[in-house]
Design a protein around this ligand. Structure first.
Ligand SMILES: [Mg+2]
Length: 172
């Protein structure tokens, strides 16, 4: 299902090296807004260290943001010391292809992390990447995102029911 992520986590900080290793992921494409940056344009505590630790283990990173605010995306990329692309036009493939080229890894070895199904997850699935959905940071959201949230919540619920059912079947 192209609407579903492969994993749904509370925050990027829950993406551990062992999780990546288990899933054969060697690189991560990161969304910015509500994924690694809050509404006050702050990177939450621990995100920088999370990045550093994974980098030390050999995980590559690249930012792909749909934001057209170049300075903001650049600031985040500089703080986390990774390449970036802004105005990424997710879920279109174009931006993802740029990030894939930058990372120099095969699609199946790249995780795409974001807080939105309609941009991050769909785009990642279209490009055969490993989509990781995270809960959005903070409550404030721009209007267009707010409109999309209830539908996203519905899809997430369906996704979680499916995972639960699969686990139940495994246990039988
Ligand atoms: Mg986002």
């Amino acid at each position: 299902m192209f609407l579903y992520p492969k994993a749904y986590l509370k925050s990027v900080k829950e993406i551990t090296y062992s999780f990546l290793e288990e899933n054969n992921i060697k690189a991560l494409i990161l969304d910015v807004d509500n994924t690694i940056l809050d509404f006050n344009k702050k990177i939450p505590e621990g995100v920088n260290k999370w990045c550093e630790d994974l980098k030390k283990q050999g995980i590559k990173f690249c930012i792909l943001s749909n934001s057209n605010q170049h300075e903001k995306v650049k600031m985040v990329a500089q703080k986390l010391q990774m390449p970036y692309f802004y105005f990424g036009t997710k879920p279109l493939k174009r931006g993802f292809h740029k990030a894939i080229k930058e990372l120099q890894e095969k699609e199946e070895n790249i995780g795409a992390v974001g807080d939105q199904i309609f941009t991050d997850v769909i785009g990642a699935n279209r490009c055969h990447l490993f989509p990781i959905l995270v809960e959005p940071i903070g409550e404030k959201d721009i209007l267009i995102t707010k409109i999309k949230r209830p539908l996203e919540q519905y899809i997430i619920k369906k996704y979680q029911q499916r995972i639960a059912k699969k686990a139940e079947e495994k246990g039988k």
